[in-house]
Write a protein that binds this ligand. Structure first.
Ligand code: PLP
Length: 482
């Protein structure tokens, strides 16, 4: 970990905590012990996961969890919220300082919740204002039943334009399985068929034609930087609000790997993020915004969120304080450099990557040349101790379930201290597994999309090679539970 910690003190804290838990429900204590053992023993390449510091983790196991605090700082619907005010303010202050944002709202319980807060805030700011002006009202609470009826009608006709799922966008960017796909008429922009890159002229053309209320930028599986100055220019041209979901790459923004036009915060009207991916904090979300959206964003609870989680906001404050240290900038730079090493190591050994490389923390493998689906590749890698997740590639012939891609990211292993030599070795192991895997015949003829055979001995050989790397870079070094 880049933040040193007192291993003896942390070991004592967890040993004591587990004893207390075990006395009530030993199954849970055992699962907690087992999760640490499992995480220590696997090469975690899931692009959205990381390892939070002991300070962040310990902060969550406290009585701040026991307090109800609906409302905002200094304006709660419950009494005696002074300590929740303190931690929420600390987290918001750190978030504003870290990202250079005029306003931060740190209550969202997750990334999806942060996006929901953002959507409602944009609707409130963009739609309620004229309705309020007409009604001569000053406050959303002053809207009459008729005003709300009109608002609901207006909401039904709103449009959102986001990156398509198979180009790397996220479900919450206006797709059907998420409420955003029901709230908005949705249209999407994809990537160039030849280069796999975002084509800003195409985004502009789609925006001109579709005239969205919200232009959404951000992704879960696009391996490149996005130019947010250009996205803002397009949003301004069509009168849209630019919302950027930086859930995946917030750590690279915090660590100043993405600066200038690639830093979304100065360009977006509203920026959302998770706090647990490359940012390496507790599970949760937050919203940053320009001042004109602040009032509406702060209504997240109780508009679309349950009571704030005091213990998690406190852990966000700790994680954001960590992210403001120089060590975090080094970490973020290493995440990006390691992704390039991983990408180069894979491509040098013949793997096709979407966009032929990476500029962020993730790579997206196209495994069709191995004759495999993403699902088979994901499973064979898992059998060998390498944890990844299958992911659609642009225009994927195998659809979103089997897929033709596997997504891999460097944030977690970089937290363990992996560098160039280790990531090149990881690339070698991945290619060994993929070249040793073949699809089984399908009963109906052709190749199965799910079943596969991994050549004998490869899983064991890869496990022991992975263990060598993992043993050299222990997770939470010195933390002993027994
Ligand atoms: N936004 C993006 C871009 C994501 O990739 C994800 C999760 O993978 C989310 C939002 C949702 O985050 P959460 O799982 O915390 O709700």
């Amino acid at each position: 970990m880049s933040e040193p910690f007192d291993a003896a003190a942390v070991s004592t804290a967890y040993r004591s905590a587990l004893e207390v838990i075990s006395a009530i429900e030993p199954t849970v204590a055992d699962a907690i012990r087992s999760e640490l053992a499992d995480q220590r023993a696997s090469l975690k390449l899931i692009a959205s996961e990381n390892y939070a510091s002991p300070a962040v983790l310990l902060t969550m196991g406290t009585w701040l969890s026991d307090k109800y605090a609906e409302g905002t700082i200094g304006h709660r619907f419950y009494a005696a919220c002074q300590n929740i005010d303190t931690v929420e303010q600390a987290a918001a202050d750190h978030a504003m300082a870290l990202f250079g944002a005029p306003h931060a709202y740190v209550q969202p319980h997750s990334g999806i919740d942060a996006n929901l807060v953002a959507f409602w805030a944009i609707l409130a700011q963009r739609i309620e204002s004229p309705a309020l002006a007409e009604a001569g009202a000053k406050h959303v609470n002053d809207l009459s039943d008729d005003d709300w009826e009109n608002l609901r009608k207006a909401l039904g006709n709103q449009r959102a334009l986001g990156m398509s799922l198979d180009a790397g966008g996220h479900l919450t960017h206006g797709f059907r399985p998420n409420i955003s796909g029901k709230m908005f008429h949705q249209s999407s922009y994809g990537t160039n068929a030849d280069t796999g890159l975002l084509d800003y002229d195409d985004v502009r053309a789609k925006a001109r034609e579709f005239k969205p209320l919200i232009l959404i930028a951000g992704y879960s599986a696009y391996p490149r930087k996005v130019n947010f100055a250009k996205m803002r220019e397009i949003a301004d041209e069509v009168g849209a609000t630019l919302m950027v979901d930086m859930a995946h790459f917030a750590g690279l923004v915090a660590g100043k790997v993405f600066t200038g036009e690639y830093d979304p915060v100065p360009y977006a009207h509203v920026t959302t993020t998770t706090t647990h991916k490359s940012l390496r904090g507790p599970r949760g979300g937050l919203v940053l915004c320009q001042p004109e959206y602040a009032d509406a964003v702060d209504r997240g609870c109780p508009m679309v969120l349950g009571g704030p989680l005091g213990h998690v906001m406190a852990a966000k404050a700790v994680a954001l304080a960590e992210a403001r240290q120089p060590a975090f900038a080094t970490y973020a730079q290493n995440v990006a450099t390691n992704a390039v090493t991983l990408a180069d190591g894979l491509m040098r050994r013949g793997v096709k990557l979407v966009t032929d490389g990476t500029e962020n923390h993730l790579v997206l493998l196209d495994v069709t040349s191995f004759g495999l689906t993403g699902r088979q590749a994901e499973s064979a890698l898992l059998d060998s101790g390498i944890v990844t997740n299958r992911n659609a590639i642009p225009r994927d012939p195998n659809g979103a379930w089997y897929t033709s891609g596997v997504r891999m990211g460097t944030p977690a292993l970089t937290s363990r201290g992996f560098g160039a030599a280790e990531f090149d070795r990881v690339a070698e192991l991945i290619v060994d597994v993929l070249t040793s895997t073949s699809p089984n015949p399908a009963p109906s003829g052709g190749a199965s999309k799910a079943k596969y055979t991994l050549a004998p001995g490869v899983a064991d050989k890869t496990h022991s090679a992975a263990n060598e790397l993992l043993d050299a870079h222990p997770l939470y070094p010195g933390l002993e539970l027994t």
